[in-house]
Design a protein around this ligand. Sequence first.
Ligand SMILES: Cc1cc2nc3c(=O)[nH]c(=O)nc-3n(C[C@H](O)[C@H](O)[C@H](O)COP(=O)(O)OP(=O)(O)OC[C@H]3O[C@@H](n4cnc5c(N)ncnc54)[C@H](O)[C@@H]3O)c2cc1C
Length: 78
Amino acid sequence: MMCMTSLQLECRPMTLAGLLKLKAEYPDARLVVGNTEVGIEMKFKDARYPVLIGVTHIPELNHMEVCRTCLGLPSNAS
Ligand SMILES: Cc1cc2nc3c(=O)[nH]c(=O)nc-3n(C[C@H](O)[C@H](O)[C@H](O)COP(=O)(O)OP(=O)(O)OC[C@H]3O[C@@H](n4cnc5c(N)ncnc54)[C@H](O)[C@@H]3O)c2cc1C
């Protein structure tokens, strides 16, 4: 999914492959999950991110793994 305004391109890929493709195309793109930190940077610190990639819908980044000796936290966790 993509939404383009005159100032910003916002993308929300649904697959890890789609994310990697976008990141290759826009290496400086900022990843966003809840937008708490990035939103504050943009609203109050005058940060400009021409390309935002929302990664909430990528299954691999939401998958938590727990075993007897390990805990795997997904990068979308905060
Ligand atoms: C009012 C308020 C209260 C808060 N209270 C607390 C608190 O009590 N404890 C606490 O620990 N924090 C607190 N925070 C901080 C906030 O929870 C953290 O900054 C958290 O990272 C925000 O998560 P987010 O998903 O909204 O981040 P986002 O704004 O979406 O992203 C934060 C950063 O992580 C990067 N990022 C996002 N997703 C990924 C990903 N999948 N892989 C790699 N990088 C990624 C972004 O590019 C950005 O640099 C608070 C913030 C606010 C505004």
